[in-house]
Design a protein around this ligand. Structure first.
Ligand code: DHE
Length: 563
């Protein structure tokens, strides 16, 4: 059972649908049905297969334990007070209809899309009517068994082994290839390709910038040394079966020097965080994140770790626990006391992604299924405010726009509606007010990421999850002064895929965009570079190796949290 948690292999189409499901599911059930009385039983082989299918297609939205997150619960009996009926009350036929046709609430039509066949739908419909299997353990011993130092610290170079401008390197996730490409931002040449975990989700840079850390959906962590003549993986480990976030320790000051001492990995399954040695990835500490909703409600075993950021001013990580809606401020200065030195702040449920305001005092994070943005005053370790912005905010790490009328603004887009919200962060009467809402051209939401740079007058936005094929392939440039769209750009027609994720170069005069196409058609995938001022396409990075590019991370901007 759950063998695929250890070796997940999803097709890109499947994952796109998981994403659509995650962001589109409705927490209330749409249909009622006659109860079924037949006893459901599955053979061991069926149970194992159904668990894998569920993990790949449903868990992101409904949770591994099926208690519901963005989507409704999928438990045999409805929990008390929950509007959605139990799956036994819905019965096999109705569940099959949902999986075949989807729902208006955003559930994908898995069957019609050909992602699940009739037999798989039937198996899943029966599986959903029996209690969910427990989440298997993944202990520190399992982590140690998966830990490997490939090049010991003593054997690594003490200075860069190339003359390249490594602070302007880009690490680009080649998602379905399970690789990360290191590209020279000056020449746009490929420098090396590192083998990483399955479906790498994000990269983060070490505080000094030398290393890239990657985290895969399979919980695999890799450490890439950009100082090597050919940047390569120097250590690897595994933190969980399923993960999305990773960050280093960045603090140096009176309380000690923790720069690049520790790395923290957030687990989706099981729900925990893991602290590792930042230079070797040796697992040092595991702390479970299960807990009560907002600190006092129902106890949830499945309380997944979403975004993590590191303070530059204190030995602190900000860890967002999705289902419980608790933001944990973790003081890592004494690993023995890390749990007791953690401040847990109740905010809003379904925390997802976010970033720093420009001062580094506030961390602003989406509680996406609650349609809220949560602001944490990290300096003073307290909840600052919660702002209603729109349907399913999705800032990525957000963008810090400087505007002469409103001062500093933090920007988030929304998945569920066509809106960018500009939130004033500077002191004054507008502080934490949405001072501008901007609709992008065309209808529907689907914006995933926004980005700007201190040296730029522009904000760039994608529309990767819009239903319209033209909008999916388009990016939009907004003037930071007028806060209006000044250009819509469709990627060249030979590239067939979604235009996703934006990243500036170190100087802030170029913007890189991925065209996330099919895995078996590299010629339709590309990394495109636009001049920020003229908004013209200047470079097309292509090749057999450009397979499903998604996130891109410039060393300088990532180490400095510049966005
Ligand atoms: Fe992401 C960030 C979770 C789907 C690309 N994604 C994040 C973060 C979380 C998250 C918690 C914040 C990490 C941090 O800052 O520490 N993402 C999830 C999901 O649970 C979800 C919805 C479904 C899933 O099963 O994974 C999901 N994400 C996607 C995608 O489909 C994307 C577009 C492509 C992919 O890799 O699968 C995608 N997510 C990204 C990227 C970032 C990210 C590029 C980092 C943005 C940045 O600029 O830092």
């Amino acid at each position: 059972m759950y063998k695929q948690m250890k070796n997940v292999k999803l097709s890109m189409a499947l994952v796109l649908l998981v994403v659509l499901a995650f962001y589109g599911c409705n927490k209330t059930a749409e249909k009622k049905a006659e109860p079924v009385t037949d006893e459901i039983s599955l053979t061991d082989a069926e149970l194992s297969r159904a668990s894998d299918l569920y993990f790949n297609t449903c868990a992101g939205c409904h949770g591994t334990l099926r208690k519901g997150a963005t989507g409704p619960h999928l438990l045999p009996e409805a929990p008390e007070g929950d509007a959605a009926p139990g799956t036994k009350a819905l019965g096999t036929d109705v569940l099959k209809v949902f999986m075949m046709n989807g729902t208006p609430g955003g559930m994908p039509d898995w069957g019609k899309q050909g992602i699940l066949n009739d037999e798989e739908i039937d198996l899943l419909a029966r599986f959903l009517q029996i209690p969910p299997p427990p989440i298997p353990e993944f202990t520190i011993d399992d982590m140690k068994a998966n830990w490997k130092v490939i090049i010991p610290v003593a054997d690594r170079p003490t200075e860069p082994q190339h003359d390249l401008n490594w602070q302007n390197f880009f690490g680009v996730v080649l998602r379905d290839a399970g690789q990360v490409a290191i590209i020279d931002g000056d020449t746009k040449e490929l420098i090396s390709i590192a083998e990483t975990g399955f479906a790498v989700h994000i990269l983060r840079s070490s505080a000094g910038g030398r290393y890239f850390y990657s985290i895969g959906r399979d919980g695999k962590v890799t450490l890439i040394d950009t100082w090597m003549e050919k940047p390569s993986v120097v250590a690897e480990g595994k933190a969980s079966f399923d993960a999305r976030s990773i960050e280093v320790s960045k603090y140096k000051g009176e309380k000690g020097d923790f720069v690049d001492k520790y790395v923290i990995v957030g687990g989706y399954t099981p729900s925990h965080y893991v602290v590792m040695d930042a230079l070797t990835l040796e697992p040092l500490k595991v702390v479970g994140t299960s807990g009560k909703i907002l600190g006092e409600g129902e106890y949830l075993e499945e309380a997944r770790v979403a975004a993590i950021v590191a303070s530059h001013k204190d030995p602190l990580w900000v860890v967002n626990v999705k289902e419980t809606g608790m933001v944990w401020l973790i003081d890592y200065s004494d690993l023995e006391k890390i749990d007791e030195n953690t401040e847990k702040i109740a905010t809003a449920q379904f925390l997802h992604d976010g970033g720093w305001d420009v001062t580094g005092q506030y961390f602003i994070v989406a509680a996406n299924a609650s349609n809220k943005m949560v602001v944490i005053d990290v300096d003073n370790k307290k909840l600052e405010t919660i702002i209603e912005t729109g349907i399913k905010p999705h800032p990525g790490r957000g963008a810090n726009v400087n505007n002469s009328e409103f001062g500093n603004l933090f920007v988030t887009g929304h998945l569920g509606e066509n809106k960018l919200s500009f939130i004033a962060t500077a002191s004054g009467e507008n502080k934490w007010k949405v001072v501008k809402e901007l609709a992008l051209p065309g209808t529907g939401g689907g914006n995933l990421f926004v980005k700007t740079h201190p040296n730029s007058n522009h904000l760039w936005a994608d529309r990767a999850l819009n239903n319209d094929v033209t909008l999916q392939r388009s990016i939009f440039v907004i003037d930071n002064e007028t806060l209006e769209v000044i250009k819509s750009i469709e990627v060249p027609e030979q590239y067939i895929g979604r235009a996703v994720h934006l990243e500036y170069n170190k100087a802030g005069d170029e913007v890189w965009v991925s065209v996330w196409g099919k895995m078996d058609k590299p010629a339709e995938n590309a990394i495109l570079v636009y001049d920020d001022e003229t908004m013209e396409l200047t470079n097309e990075i292509t090749g057999d190796w450009v397979i499903t590019p998604t996130g891109k991370f410039n060393v300088y901007n990532t180490m400095g949290d510049i966005y």
